[in-house]
Design a protein around this ligand. Structure first.
Ligand SMILES: C[S@@+](CC[C@H](N)C(=O)[O-])C[C@H]1O[C@@H](n2cnc3c(N)ncnc32)[C@H](O)[C@@H]1O
Length: 262
């Protein structure tokens, strides 16, 4: 069922996150992303960080290696098992918690929270997205920061919409990492402002398939959703490389919001 697509896509291991995470190019990228985030979020050693939808824990592990007290939260036991393995190898002391991000079980204990690599907007009910943000708002201490890195929904929507209206082909090849190829076939749900994509992944281990649902949000739509969760948008970038955000040109965005001080 599409409503629960994420359970099998990530829990069942269709999405090749483990293969990608192990690639040297991803390890390098993760290191530089974490270095940038530490600066952008102003995190000091000993700060407490919540990584929502942490996957294989690549960011949490890297943060932990630099003295941050990281908690990685994810639904997929398969990814969390890989996260534990990797953390052991790196001698990184990360707390791993399994659960559904719509029901985050945390009190205001974190200095910062992150949600990276398009790990938001998976639910067919928009109110579920609000539940995730409310949970993040609750988990942050007063004055805590939240960073989300995701596609620029308006950019994708406009391009896809134009292509579909003009009858241009939208099915395309992509690459998650070196040697991990994808064939993506997207269609738009205009009323929900969402994209449903049929994916085929080609890896050394073989061919796997999944269908995803992803809500396409603009920066403004996030700013409004943040407000409902007690968060205020403070800064925007064009991604984890720290480039400037341009609503019409940026494919991705990194939004940094803050919880009001008590
Ligand atoms: C694209 S992956 C990104 C993982 C990680 N942030 C990274 O950058 O490698 C999305 C993650 O969201 C997790 N996820 C999807 N739905 C979830 C849910 N309802 N609750 C918790 N985690 C969920 C998946 O298990 C997966 O690990």
């Amino acid at each position: 069922m599409l409503g629960n697509w994420w359970r099998s896509a990530f829990g069942g291991g269709a999405y090749p996150l483990i293969e990608a995470t192990r690639k040297p190019e991803w390890r390098r990228r993760t290191r530089s992303e974490v270095a940038f985030l530490r600066r952008a979020l102003g995190l000091r050693r000993g700060a407490k960080l919540l990584d929502v939808a942490c996957g294989t824990g690549r960011h949490s592990i890297e943060f932990s290696k630099s003295g941050i007290l990281a908690t990685g939260f994810d639904y997929s036991s398969r990814y969390l098992a890989e996260a534990r393995r990797e953390a052991r190898k790196a001698r990184a002391d990360v707390r791993w918690v399994r659960g559904d991000m719509r029901r985050l079980p945390f009190r205001p204990e974190f200095d910062a929270a992150i949600n990276l690599f398009s790990s938001f907007g998976y639910f067919t009910r928009g109110s579920d997205d609000d539940r995730v943000l409310r949970g993040i708002g609750r988990a942050l201490k007063p004055g805590g920061v939240f960073a989300i890195e995701i596609v620029n929904g308006d950019f994708i929507y406009e391009h896809l919409d134009t292509s579909l209206r003009k009858g241009w082909p939208v099915t395309h090849w992509g690459q998650v990492a070196d040697g991990v190829l994808t064939l993506e076939d997207p269609r738009l749900l205009r009323k929900q402002r969402a994209v449903v994509t049929d994916w085929i992944f080609f890896t050394k281990q073989g061919r796997r398939e999944m269908t995803s649902f992803f809500r396409l949000r603009s920066r403004e739509s996030f700013a409004a959703a943040f407000r409902k969760a007690g968060l205020r948008l403070e800064r925007s970038f064009g991604g984890l490389d720290g480039s400037p955000f341009d609503a019409e040109r940026s494919r991705r965005m990194l939004l940094i919001a803050r919880k009001g001080a008590a």
